[in-house]
Design a protein around this ligand. Structure first.
Ligand code: 0RQ
Length: 503
């Protein structure tokens, strides 16, 4: 018997991954656990991928709809995409095989704000949910379910699905029990009420999921580790970006617009975001808090150094080494980390109330401060908007950052006009590149453009951008946000045609 499966109703449903996978049928909509390489099911999706490949070899077009928390790991999105088994996917993907299929036009992908997935499911906007396939860390003697290393949309999948398959992963630390805060107070309009969270450290829910045992069709024990991508060591550009931001925060404290312990930090995915957290480690700021969606290596280091008093998130997003470290040392951190459903970790009401400092990576920004977080050259999706929109619109200060060039200097990340808009200029207050920081708060469009051109553009592109803007000032149809329509996207077009934005 497995000590993690401590309830007789569930013990009688234990089976292997292949038997559980055979309970998922072609056409099913499957709500999967998983958020940035943490807490995703690992055994059943791989068994399902093998069954899909077999069915397809016999000419049966077996495909499923996949709904998740955010990105997952190679055993889920990678394996199912490789089997060509995903017909439709939401809300965030970073798997390279799935990305290829999305960009080849063979997989339908809905890139949603992460906080909106659970409410949209309850509202009935995403159709019925046939199966919930959810990794958990334990089933307690009273039948309540201890979540895993991410919470994501699991509460909603477990409540809404007709059939439930649980993977009980004994690789996950037993000390996860008690770290989660599952809030059951959400309701649909017109019955919605305020969410009673006023500080990042507040607990407003319960530590476990409630599940209707009659819906559970399979319980699969596993011990497969979470598999997150390693972070690159911060490069020169990342260190410069972190430096500009630390100066900015120090200045805001000095002029009294931020308290000395700052405000709850939200930090996005990617190497730059992680580098900024490293920057905070060496900064004078103490007693920091975070209200964010993912806890990355950098945030764990801040906790370890007692720079950060606590972290509220929905998932771990750790390198394999940091995940092992945390797993072995969970007891040390368990009182200072709260894992919540993503509809709460990213809730606009809470982000606004707490006054988060939102720091997210971007693909590109334009001279007016519109930001593209998702699409290369206007059409090729990289990952997705993730939680960046949930936080950016509602933050106390909304910050976007990127190196000033990409692809070895062939691309300027500051352009005349973004090739796709995720964050409109109203939602973007600060832009930071390795060149410098542009504080755009309270500025009109032409003032914003001047500041972005002066502070953020790489020298190889600065004259070109200044020249574009000078001509736009004279030749534009309107003079509020001057733009030359036939030229605004010409840098992107040149890259598509020649492989470089430079003439
Ligand atoms: O591609 O690896 O093939 O070279 O994009 O870029 O510089 O490694 O940056 O890891 O910080 O990611 C916006 C993608 C930045 C991320 C993005 C290419 C570049 C490289 C990655 P290669 P870097 P990062 C909460 C917040 C949206 C979700 C979000 C992201 C690759 O931050 O997905 O914010 N954000 N969530 O070469 C062409 C450009 C480019 C470019 C970069 N202008 N043109 N390619 N690249 N800029 C967390 C969650 O939601 C879970």
């Amino acid at each position: 018997t497995n000590a993690r499966i401590a309830h007789p109703d569930y013990q009688s449903k234990v089976m292997d991954a292949a038997a559980a996978a055979s309970l998922i049928k072609s056409g099913d909509a499957v709500g999967m656990s998983g958020f940035t390489g943490a807490g995703y099911p690992k055994a059943v999706p791989q068994a399902l991928a093998a069954q899909i490949e077999e069915a397809q070899a016999k000419g049966d077009n077996f495909k499923i709809r996949v709904l998740s928390g955010a990105s997952t790991g190679p055993e889920l999105d990678g394996a199912l995409a490789k089997a060509k088994g995903i017909d439709f996917r939401l809300p965030y993907n970073s798997d390279p095989i799935a990305r290829e299929q999305i960009n080849a036009g063979t997989m339908q992908y809905v890139d949603m704000h992460l906080s909106q997935v659970a409410p949209a499911t309850w509202q009935g906007f995403l159709g019925p949910l046939d199966v919930a396939l959810v990794e958990v860390s334990a089933i307690l003697p009273d039948g309540s379910i201890v979540p895993s290393s991410s919470v994501g949309n699991n509460k909603t999948w477990l409540d809404r699905a007709d059939r439930i398959i649980l993977e009980v992963n004994s690789w996950q630390s037993a000390s996860l029990e008690g770290m989660h805060d599952i809030y059951y107070g959400t309701a649909l309009p017109p019955n919605r009420v305020p969410i009673p969270l006023v500080r990042p450290q507040d607990r407003i829910g319960q530590p476990t999921f409630r599940v209707d045992p009659s819906k559970v069709v399979a319980v699969v024990p596993t011990d497969i580790p979470d598999r997150n991508a390693p972070f690159k060591a911060p490069d020169d550009a990342a260190l410069k970006i972190a430096g500009h931001l630390m100066q900015f925060f120090a200045h805001e404290v000095k002029v009294g617009r931020l308290p000395k312990e700052l405000l709850p930090i939200q930090s996005g995915v990617g190497n730059i975001a992680n580098a900024v957290l490293h920057g905070l480690l060496d900064s004078p700021f103490e007693q920091l808090t975070s209200f964010t969606e993912v806890l990355q290596d950098g945030m764990l280091e801040l906790l370890a150094a007692d720079k950060l008093t606590m972290a509220s998130c929905t998932a771990f997003s750790l390198s394999p080494e940091a995940a092992e470290m945390l797993n072995n040392d969970m007891a040390r951190y368990r009182d200072r980390i709260i894992l919540r459903p993503q509809e709460i970790s990213n809730h606009p009401e809470l982000v606004r109330r707490l006054g988060c400092l939102a720091m997210n990576g971007m693909i590109e920004a334009d001279i007016y401060g519109n930001v593209n977080s998702t699409h290369l050259m206007g059409s090729r999706i990289q990952n997705g908007i993730g939680g960046s929109g949930d936080f950016a619109r509602n933050a106390y200060i909304s910050i976007f950052m990127a190196p000033s060039t990409a692809k070895g200097g062939k691309i300027s990340t500051i352009v005349p006009q973004v090739s796709h808009v995720d964050h409109i200029d109203q939602d973007v207050q600060v832009i930071v590149t390795d060149q410098g920081l542009a504080d755009l708060r309270g500025l009109a469009p032409k003032q914003r453009a001047e500041k972005v051109i002066a502070n953020c553009v790489h020298p190889a592109y600065r004259d070109m951008l200044a020249d574009y803007y000078a001509r736009a000032l004279h030749g534009s149809y309107g003079k509020h946000s001057p733009s030359l329509l036939n030229e605004a996207l010409s840098w992107h077009q040149r890259f598509v045609e020649t492989g470089s934005m430079l003439p």
